[in-house]
Design a protein around this ligand. Sequence first.
Ligand code: URA
Length: 250
Amino acid sequence: MQEADLFAPSDSPVETTGILDVTARYALNVVAPVAPTPGNCARCPLAKTAKTVCMAPILVPGDGPLLLVVGESPGREEDMRGQPFCGPSGQYIRPQIAKWWRGRVAYTNADRCAAGDAITDKTVAACRGYLRHEIEELKPARIVAVGVWAASALVGDGSPAPLSSRGAYAHVLGIPAFFVLHPAAARRNRHYRTAFEHDLRWALTCASPPVEVPTWRAFSESGEAVAYQEGPRRRRRTVHIHRSPPEKPL
Ligand code: URA
């Protein structure tokens, strides 16, 4: 299959929050790469409770361009078996990815140790250098970040509110990156499932970079994009994505 076919526009374009302006101030652009140290890491307290410390990514072999899927942190099963996305979320997302992506796929996480509810800006920041290292080594053609903490790892700006962005995309280290809900949310709630499956298909099949930025109600009058945060409606927070963050020299 040609790369052009792979990136052919989907017939179900998602409404997007628009392209994120990933500038010098954003996470992966400012962090130095750090070579992962499987089995041995003291960059945050999670290693003390994890069974698998500093989990390595897993690469599904095959041919063609590489897709990197970035999750939030290993779940219980992943921690036990030492592989990202081998538990229920993986069983749900992997066949869907296989349906829409014809190339190779690598799975990794924002946090390399199982975090559960203890995932924070600090734990994500502690692992960010690993993610940059991996992206530089693997050179994926496209990145899909699932869940708010995965988005935060890639383009978070260090603010306490994790960035969540249904249908947003950015270029991270020059690579198109797409942000979708976490599969665990989709598995639990059928309303999220429809959105997740729709957005995932879009993220895997739309032209790269998307040719069109549809206007969406999420653009406030002041021009800021607002984003979804997964979770029950009453707990949903709106976080602001600055479309043109202040420039800071590297
Ligand atoms: N959820 C994630 O975000 N990552 C995994 O590896 C498993 C579940």
